[in-house]
Design a protein around this ligand. Structure first.
Ligand code: NAD
Length: 380
């Protein structure tokens, strides 16, 4: 098969969907050919010459890549100007916003067969393709480094001849993949960390990283209702949200840094820090809101900006993995390579779309000119 990788054109997107490592695997192990757009890897610190050394052909323009490819690998969903370049009958793999129904309809109209990697199910067989995990891990790490940079004090406890500096208190809201990495990173920098999540199952993981788990008192039925079979959080009751808000407001007043990562698939991110809570925080405190793309966990977050309220700095960068573009691309490209291998019939070396395969069924968003389903159903 001919595999093509155009440069990403969405503003701020620095990642690339393949690396010389995965190009080499596609060519040597898979017997495929690869065409990469000139400059596609530049922002991820990969030179065209490295792609060429791995066996790829460099094409000057995106149109050449789309025209020559049976399978197109992308990071982001195509921008409007990319849609006309997609070739009817070709395969598209990327972060395609499966919940964006009108976006998927437009994609379907181009006649491509498209797979949205956000919808890879949380099953053991799919772990090596789980782009949400690989990228969230990076976001959690970078969020702490950004917070440390914005914070005007040390994170670790320091005992100096000039006196003692207290360790920073970091509060992590949402202890999934990003949250756990944020906890681990903040701990490595010497902060005192506490974390909170609606899923009681994460308590042990939080504690094993040396952080304290903040628990909202829950009834037995709420405990069971907090998590879907797929391991994601559910939207909680209003009564639970009230209890949670009181506790978070109390912990926020004591915090120096808050990293928020709470998401509920297919919905607006839960609002966990309202304006009053932020105004009651210490001056100099920093909030990094990782949920900004889904509406934000903090009421005052502004997308891709750092804003300040009563001396509290709120960071709303929407694409933290793009700030670690080299490693983010390396991990993403491996996820994509593993996914493409799943599509291949190894004997024939061609694609077979087995719609009975759980991973393929969950990620397929359009085929034969039509969207396949309401995407939320696969994430429930
Ligand atoms: P996510 O990005 O959807 O959400 C981030 C976190 O926010 C989750 O832990 C969620 O419980 C939490 N959250 C949601 N609403 C909240 C609220 N109101 N208050 C506080 N926290 C809230 O989730 P994720 O990080 O992608 O992972 C979810 C789970 O799936 C994790 O336990 C992860 O370890 C697991 N997982 C399993 C596999 C696998 O088995 N293959 C792969 C990846 C992740």
């Amino acid at each position: 098969m001919r595999i093509g990788v155009p440069a990403e054109i969405r503003p701020g997107e620095t990642r690339v969907a393949t690396t010389p490592e995965t190009v080499g695997k596609f060519i040597q192990k898979g017997g495929h050919t690869c065409v990469v757009q000139a400059g596609a890897g530049t922002a991820a610190t990969i030179r065209d010459s490295s792609f060429e050394a791995a066996g790829a052909v460099i094409a000057p323009h995106a149109a050449d890549v789309y025209a020559q490819s049976d399978i197109v690998l992308k990071v982001r969903a195509p921008e409007p100007e990319e849609l006309p370049l997609l070739r009817r009958g070709s395969i598209l793999v990327g972060l395609l916003n499966p919940h964006d129904e009108s976006g998927i309809e437009k994609l379907a109209e181009t006649g491509v067969t498209a797979f949205a990697l956000e919808a890879v199910p949380r099953i053991t067989r799919a772990q090596a393709m789980d782009v949400l995990s690989s990228q969230a891990n990076i976001a959690g790490y970078k969020a702490v480094l950004i917070a440390a940079n914005e914070y005007r004090r040390f994170l670790p406890l320091l005992m100096t001849a000039a006196g003692t500096v207290k360790a920073a208190r970091v509060l992590v809201l949402g202890a999934g993949v990003a949250g756990l990495q944020a906890i681990a990173t903040a701990r490595r920098l010497g902060a005192v960390v506490e974390a909170f999540d609606v899923r009681p199952a994460v308590k042990e993981q939080v504690e094993s990283l040396g952080a304290k788990f903040v628990e909202v008192p829950v009834a037995e039925h709420e405990r069971a209702d907090a998590e879907t079979a797929g391991g994601y959080a559910r939207e909680m009751s209003d009564e639970y949200k009230r209890r949670q808000a009181t506790l978070i407001a109390e912990r926020a007043r004591a915090a120096d840094i808050i990293i928020t990562t709470a998401l509920v698939p297919g919905r607006r991110a839960p609002l966990l820090l309202d304006e009053e809570t932020v105004r009651a925080m210490k001056p100099g405190a920093v909030i990094v809101d990782l949920a900004v793309e889904q509406g934000g966990n903090c009421a005052l977050t502004e997308r891709d900006r750092v804003v300040q309220t009563e001396g509290v700095r709120i960071v709303g960068y929407s694409n933290l993995p793009a700030l670690v573009a080299a490693d983010a691309s390396a991990l993403y490209a491996r996820n994509v390579h593993n996914f493409v291998n799943l599509l291949m019939d190894p004997a024939a070396g061609t694609v077979t779309i087995d719609r009975h395969d759980e991973i393929i069924a969950a990620t397929l968003v359009c085929i034969d000119g039509a969207p396949t389903r309401k995407p939320e159903t696969s994430l429930a």
